[in-house]
Design a protein around this ligand. Structure first.
Ligand SMILES: Nc1nc2c(ncn2[C@@H]2O[C@H](COP(=O)(O)OP(=O)(O)OP(=O)(O)O)[C@@H](O)[C@H]2O)c(=O)[nH]1
Ligand SMILES: [Mg+2]
Length: 194
């Protein structure tokens, strides 16, 4: 799969703002994960673009549902969950925003759940994985920021993640590019299988 020629299409906070479909709908893949885990960076890396999605070292950068259009699919960058320093009010808005998209979007073909390879998945990560399972939404797990730990520890950390989430993660780094092809293949498979 090839994610070149991507363009930012629209930011949405409610369904009425999602991209409209005229003709056959483009299949979509959504990125979910904790705030600051590296969702937007992953998208930029896969798309070979430094600045397609806005990234920030300040958690809570992506506060809307952002749709990116590619020739054969859309990638949808969802707001991060589970960041304590974002106000309660903001957090209370994100849950329903994410859930409405995942529940209602007919052209959603699958989810890339992104976690940090360095740490065991959070309670929110586990809840998200269960939610996806319960709603029969196909998903793959990507463990990012692999450049931040020694390669010799990747397997051990992957095992902890696999046990918590029930799926073996693809190890990735938006810094070194490790795992890029594997992530693209997994996304292609989500699009094909449906
Ligand atoms: N070393 C390293 N840093 C990364 C990697 N991916 C992301 N980062 C850094 O982590 C921070 C957060 O990255 P983002 O891509 O903005 O994270 P996000 O998940 O989109 O965050 P929100 O939009 O706030 O939910 C930034 O400072 C990135 O440079 C990676 O693979 N390796
Ligand atoms: Mg982001």
């Amino acid at each position: 799969m090839n994610l070149s020629n991507g363009v930012f299409e629209i930011s949405a906070v409610k369904m009425a703002q999602y991209p409209k479909t005229d003709g056959p709908p483009l299949p979509e893949i959504a990125l979910v994960g904790r705030s600051n885990v590296g969702k937007s960076s992953l998208l930029n890396y896969l798309a070979n673009r430094r600045d397609l999605a806005r990234t920030s070292s300040r958690p809570g950068r992506t506060q809307t549902i952002n749709f990116y259009r590619f020739p054969h699919c859309r990638v949808v960058d969802l707001p991060g969950y589970g960041y304590a320093k974002v106000s309660k009010r903001t957090r209370a808005k994100w849950g329903p925003m994410i859930e409405t998209y995942l529940r209602e979007r007919e052209q959603l073909r699958g989810v890339v759940q992104i976690v940090d390879l360095r740490h065991p998945p959070s309670q929110d990560d586990v809840l998200m994985a269960h939610w996806l399972q319960n709603h029969h939404i196909p998903y793959v797990v990507v463990a990012t920021k692999a450049d931040k730990i020694a390669r010799g520890r990747w397997l051990q950390h992957s095992k902890v993640i696999a046990e918590a989430l029930g799926t073996k993660p693809i190890v990735f780094s938006a810094q070194s590019g490790a795992g890029k092809e594997a992530v693209l293949e997994a996304m292609a498979k989500l699009l094909q299988d449906s």
